[in-house]
Design a protein around this ligand. Structure first.
Ligand code: CMP
Length: 157
């Protein structure tokens, strides 16, 4: 286990359904640190890079249209084992299969309109973070609750 960063996209359906604040709040209350946060429109280049592995799938055109239907919010979250911890909060891809209590379990009934994207590995997180953020948009700071979020032997690494 180590301290790492992950990328979250709060997708157009969440923005349209007024879920932005509630979603950010779930990550905050878990103890993840917000390291970057902004709104943006995702252009064609970023769509083709971010969903490169889905470009031949039958749902790709619909996915592109959906992701460009409204602005999104992108976030970088930091913490111990942040990639896996975040994916537990988010739940599996298809909202109708996600456990109640997860973001998708509570807010999504869809395989496409699934509210958020979360990086699936630390390696992909690194690429995804720099796809959406410049270095000067990422903030390293010590939060005053750090010593209450983590035990002594969990604060390094
Ligand atoms: P995300 O976690 O961003 O990764 C790929 C995205 O493609 C996924 O969330 C969904 O928005 C979308 N997606 C995955 N599977 C399907 C599917 N079967 N039909 C439509 N969209 C899908």
């Amino acid at each position: 286990m180590k301290h790492e960063k992950t990328l979250i996209i709060i997708k157009p359906d969440a923005m349209q359904r007024n879920l932005l604040g509630g979603i950010i709040s779930r990550f905050e209350r878990k103890g993840l640190r917000i390291t970057g946060l902004k709104m943006m429109a995702i252009d064609d280049l970023k769509i083709s890079e971010h969903y490169e592995h889905h470009k031949d799938k039958p749902f790709f055109d619909g996915l592109k249209k959906y992701m460009q239907s409204a602005p999104v919010a992108v976030m970088v979250l930091s913490g111990l084992n942040a990639v896996a911890a975040t994916r537990l909060i988010v739940g599996p891809t298809k909202g109708y299969e996600a456990d109640a209590g997860s973001i998708r379990g509570d807010f999504s009934m869809s395989g496409q309109c699934n509210i958020v994207h979360a990086s699936d590995s630390a390696e992909n997180a690194e690429k995804e973070i720099y796809r959406f953020f410049n270095e000067d948009e990422l903030f390293e700071y010590k939060k005053i609750d750090f010593e209450f979020i983590y035990g002594e032997d969990e604060r390094e690494g």
